[in-house]
Design a protein around this ligand. Structure first.
Ligand SMILES: Cc1cc2nc3c(=O)[nH]c(=O)nc-3n(C[C@H](O)[C@H](O)[C@H](O)COP(=O)(O)OP(=O)(O)OC[C@H]3O[C@@H](n4cnc5c(N)ncnc54)[C@H](O)[C@@H]3O)c2cc1C
Length: 513
């Protein structure tokens, strides 16, 4: 029989300790909460690795309407404009809330927030902390705030493996710990498990994060949205490091240029040039690499000796790879960076499963559409963490019935799934590749072993990708290069996706390169 942590019964359980999870817990205080997190608090989070900062319309010449216009343009017709407008309008309040819990953002000599520029933003609006150490600075401050908050219990090195239901209502969470499997009884659970980067070889994300929140919610019957939209960051530092380090867009924002191995500025003729939306730049770089070329960022002229001062973290990462960005070219390549899709939620972070909220990158609110605008994700994580907390505080706390049992799950193993996803669901896709992925992933899901959860998340990406017969935002199909006239978001439950996967003709992997 699994041990049930009765002493924590009735508390709100939050899974994940990135910005979304930490903000949810801190906003709920003094309501008792439990944070369940796979590693130490704040560690193994994309949040702590963020460099650029948080987009928020706090500048004197900025407005929520301008921020919305840039977000909708990057989202390539697929943003939910109403949801986006409301989330973006709360940017300045989210910055103030972060400052109240102790985050110190960079300010200029006049004491105003100093603002960076990133790709596809029409003006400077990226609030940052300690230069390019924004994520680490924010997460450190929030972790310290959690330590000062007695109502928050932290369970580190606990991995959420299954949601337990009473009918269709959330009733508890099954977790693996170093000492075995335990159950947390709770009828109010928040998933803040981050992105899916771990599914790919070339990723900038913590490699153990493969979309566990999506797997948990999907198995509990939640509606998923826009799963095919996986954002590739155009400029990961091309080195032996795993995961790949990022060279933030802010470097291009300061004027660095993209060159190929022939020193040609191949983005010069493209609208927006180096600061075009991410999908455009990623496709252009992929094309250079696909023809056997190499791609570099040239910051020598734009930043030169000031590089290390403006971008200390990136400078150190380059140094680790033997590159001095003030005098040398920085080798770059695209890598999986962000997932626009996820568990469908409303504006309060509620999923379709009663008692289940999903916030941050694991959710799909409709803010990002087909392509996230740079630095809108930390903003969404903070705003939605605050909103979900306020919504939960108003809900019924009575405990749902928890069936006793003896459940155990194998630790997730990504080794069989990663090569399939990396080869078939990359920057450029086509029907053969997508169907090949489905054919290879389905048996791994059906075997119900250690590959099942990563295979489930990958299968959802592949099934959604198979249905989108157009190229839009981050979803680029070589067999459907054009955009359909009417953009539509897509939602589906796991059961529907499995039906579709099982009806796909069994293409062999060999035929589907
Ligand atoms: C290198 C890098 C740079 C970035 N730069 C920026 C930027 O400048 N601006 C911006 O807006 N966005 C940036 N992003 C994206 C942004 O950081 C993320 O989208 C955002 O931090 C997601 O926050 P989150 O709280 O949803 O997830 P995360 O911060 O990734 O946290 C997820 C948490 O869930 C835990 N977890 C996962 N599965 C389980 C499980 N089964 N059980 C228990 N715990 C689990 C993880 O360990 C972690 O604690 C960047 C991303 C990367 C990788």
């Amino acid at each position: 029989m699994n041990e049930i942590l009765e002493e924590l019964s009735g508390r709100i359980v939050i899974v994940g300790s990135g910005l979304a999870g930490l903000m949810t817990a801190l906003t709920l205080a003094p309501e008792p909460t439990v944070i369940v997190t796979r590693a130490a608090l704040g560690v193994e989070t994309s949040s702590a690795w963020a460099q650029g900062g948080i987009a928020a319309c706090v500048g004197r010449d900025d407005s929520a309407a301008l921020h919305l216009a840039d977000t909708l343009a990057a989202g390539d017709g697929l943003c939910d404009a109403k949801v986006a407008a409301r989330i973006l309008a709360e940017g300045p309040a989210a910055i103030a809330a972060l400052e109240r819990v102790g985050v110190e953002f960079d300010r200029n000599s006049a004491g105003e927030l100093s603002l960076g520029l990133e790709a596809a933003h029409s003006l400077r609006r990226i609030v940052h902390a300690k230069g390019d150490g924004s994520g680490a600075t924010i997460v450190r401050a929030l972790v310290e705030a959690v330590a000062r908050t007695p109502s928050i219990t932290v369970l580190e090195s606990y991995e959420a493996r299954r949601l337990l239901l009473d009918g269709d209502h959330v009733a508890g969470l099954l977790c693996a710990t170093g000492k075995g499997t335990v159950i947390l009884p709770s009828s109010r659970i928040v998933l803040a498990t981050g992105g899916i980067g771990g599914l790919y070889d070339a990723t900038t994300n913590p490699v153990g994060n493969f979309g566990q929140g999506i797997a948990l919610a999907a198995r509990a019957g939640a509606v998923l949205a826009d799963m095919e939209f996986v954002q590739f960051h155009p400029t990961a530092l091309d080195s032996r490091r795993w995961p790949l380090a990022l060279v933030s867009e802010a470097v291009r924002g300061e004027g660095a240029l993209l060159l190929n191995e022939k020193s040609e500025r191949f983005m010069a003729e493209v609208e927006g040039a180096e600061l075009a939306p991410r999908d455009v730049v990623a496709r252009a770089i992929s094309a250079e690499i696909a023809r056997g070329g190499r791609v570099f960022l040239d910051a020598r002229q734009a930043l030169g000796n000031s590089f290390a001062q403006r971008f200390p973290v990136i400078d150190a990462l380059c140094g680790e790879a033997g590159v001095d960005p003030s005098h040398e070219l920085i080798p770059v390549r695209p890598a999986v960076h962000y997932h626009m899709g996820g568990v469908a939620t409303d504006e309060a972070g509620r999923s379709s499963v009663p008692g289940l909220w999903v916030v941050g990158e694991a959710a799909s609110t409709g803010l990002h559409g087909a392509n996230r605008l740079a630095s809108n994700s930390l903003l969404e994580a903070a705003v939605m963490g605050i909103r979900a907390a306020r919504d939960i505080a108003d809900t019924d706390a009575s405990q749902a019935k928890l069936a006793r049992g003896n459940l155990s799950m194998a630790a997730p193993d990504l080794s069989l799934v990663r090569p399939i996803v990396s080869r078939h669901l990359g920057v450029l896709r086509n029907a053969g590749a997508i169907h090949g992925a489905i054919a290879a992933l389905l048996p791994l899901f059906d075997e119900d072993g250690a590959s099942a959860d990563p295979a489930l998340v990958a299968l959802l990406i592949a099934v959604f990708a198979s249905l989108r017969t157009e190229s839009r935002g981050a979803h680029a199909r070589t067999d459907f290069p054009l955009k359909l006239p009417h953009a539509q978001r897509r939602t589906m439950r796991l059961s529907d996706a499995l039906d579709i996967a099982r009806s796909v003709p069994p293409y062999s992997l060999a035929r589907s390169a």
